[in-house]
Design a protein around this ligand. Structure first.
Ligand code: APR
Length: 311
């Protein structure tokens, strides 16, 4: 069988790490795409990764380009094209610039690889994935946004740090938009099956929930220029891997809701099964009243940015 073709739109901080992780997992051959001005940079990253092969031993070809034709018939796209945040900016401040970029990317993906599975990472995520879907008119199950995978990983990391246990045994779920209104569902969080609500005092848990909500901003502030890239890259790779290997993992993703959780017509973070048909299922469950109102609140925030796309 031919290797899968994975195209990375944007070869910056996240894009470079996506290429490394996809190669190390042998998910397929990788093409890193960027604007003409950055073509040398992505060709250089690709060459560097080809030279890492003898150490890691992965069988994957990595190339860089600024020509859309080289992306023809890709199986998966991961889109990080756009500007990252600077200190003092929230994800919504990026809307205007990144909307222009995502529109162009959507048209090209539709033209060169209309059957691909597309993972959008560019911010503001909830609006960018919506815009991509509207412009590309790809099937709804083949378009998804990476947000909940990262937000849940951050929540899990903070819980493991608090309890002092292996992060492998921590399960947490963050739903809703990829912004400060996201909804960490503490009720379903567990450490080795033990509910986190019975292990951590409510006030302390609230602090951890808030740190999760602002975890991206915490890193933006530390960097001073740019936003997080290691954990975002790995979060998107897990989604791509679940699709390519038909793993049917349940990952919180920005999927198009059509009635699920009472939400209609918006991409928002919900537990999603990813397999060979893309987003194969959204796992709905009964929410408590306070969780429901938090989800309503995040939905309003998502609607507000989506409205600004005028799509
Ligand atoms: N097509 C392809 N690539 C583009 C385009 C375009 N039209 N416009 C910009 N790019 C490229 C830039 O040249 C740059 O190499 O996108 C890349 C973005 O990389 P970084 O600036 O390093 O940003 P990164 O940290 O990778 O984040 C990318 O993901 O999490 C989000 O908020 C983040 O929106 C940001 C995106």
């Amino acid at each position: 069988m031919a290797r899968a073709k994975i195209s990375l739109i944007g070869g910056g901080q996240i894009g470079g790490n996506l290429a490394l992780l996809a190669a190390q997992k042998e998910l397929g051959d990788i093409v890193i795409f960027d604007i003409p001005k950055a073509e040398g940079m992505v060709k250089g990253k690709a060459l560097d990764l080809m030279q890492l092969k003898p150490h890691d031993g992965y069988d994957a070809n990595i190339s860089g380009t600024s020509d859309w034709k080289d992306l023809t018939d890709s199986d998966v796209f991961i889109i990080t094209a756009g500007l990252p945040r600077k200190p003092g900016m929230d994800r919504e401040d990026l809307l205007e610039i990144n909307l222009g970029i995502i529109t162009d990317v959507a048209k090209n993906i539709k033209k060169y690889s209309p059957n691909a599975f597309v993972i959008v990472v560019s911010n503001p995520l909830d609006a960018m994935v919506y815009a991509f879907y509207k412009v590309s008119q790809l099937k709804k199950n083949m378009v998804v946004g990476m947000a909940g995978a990262l937000d849940s990983a951050r929540f899990r990391a903070f819980i493991a740090m608090e309890v002092g246990c292996s992060v492998q045994d921590v399960t947490c779920m963050v739903l809703g938009g990829h912004g400060d209104t996201m909804v960490p569902i503490t009720r379903v969080g567990t450490v080795g099956g033990v509910p986190i609500e019975s292990l951590i005092e409510p006030d302390r848990l609230e602090e951890i929930v808030n740190r999760t909500r602002f975890a991206g901003g915490e890193i933006v502030k530390l960097f001073g220029n740019g936003s997080a890239f290691y954990a975002p890259a790995q979060s998107a790779i897990e989604m791509a891997e679940s699709y390519l290997r038909d793993k049917k993992r349940i990952i919180p993703c920005a999927s198009l809701c059509e009635g699920e959780f009472g939400i209609n017509g918006y991409f928002i973070g919900v537990p999603s099964m990813i397999g060979k048909n893309g987003v194969e299922k959204i796992l709905e469950f009964e929410l408590r009243d306070d969780e429901k109102s938090s989800l309503d609140n995040t939905l309003e925030a998502v609607k507000k940015t989506v409205l600004e796309t005028k799509l």
